[in-house]
Design a protein around this ligand. Structure first.
Ligand code: 2F8
Ligand code: CA
Length: 131
């Protein structure tokens, strides 16, 4: 079967990479409306596939919401679709730093060579859905 457009197949999963920019919660709601969720990255292999894809097909300065947050408890990073604590992570050095105490959502950040950052959830960004 494969993936129905605009989802694309990477490894065994289907992903949607948005040009639209939304807050983290609105991005997750959008993914839900497409029977998906903000992406949960659980291995270096999956992370590499996603990073290669965005480097190939999107402008270099795009940042992306992923499905992680520590909204319920500061420093306890969970995936939105499972509510389970992350095991694999790919934080940039010094991250997550929770600047001003308002950074509770997970971003794949282009100027961090696509490593991970905690960022303010209300900021509008592109996002990656997965199913
Ligand atoms: O936009 C918020 C973002 O700003 C900086 O990254 C560009 C901070 N980096 C450092 O302070 C090193 C991020 O932590 C912060 O989330
Ligand atoms: Ca940060």
């Amino acid at each position: 079967p494969g993936c129905l457009a605009p989802f694309v197949q990477l490894g065994g999963r289907c992903y949607f990479f948005s040009y639209m920019q939304k807050s983290w919660s609105h991005a997750q709601a959008y993914c839900r409306s497409k029977s998906s969720h903000l992406a949960r990255i659980t291995s270096q292999h999956e992370n590499n596939m996603i990073v290669s894809y965005v480097r190939t097909y999107f402008p270099a300065d795009f940042n992306w919401w992923l499905g992680g947050n520590d909204m319920a408890q500061e420093g306890r990073w969970v995936w939105v679709d499972t509510n389970k604590v992350m095991t694999y992570t790919n934080w940039n050095p010094e991250e997550p730093n929770n600047i001003k105490g308002i950074e509770h959502c997970l971003e794949l950040r282009s100027d961090y060579t696509h490593k991970w950052n905690d960022a303010p959830c209300g900021k509008a960004k592109s996002f990656i859905c997965e199913k």
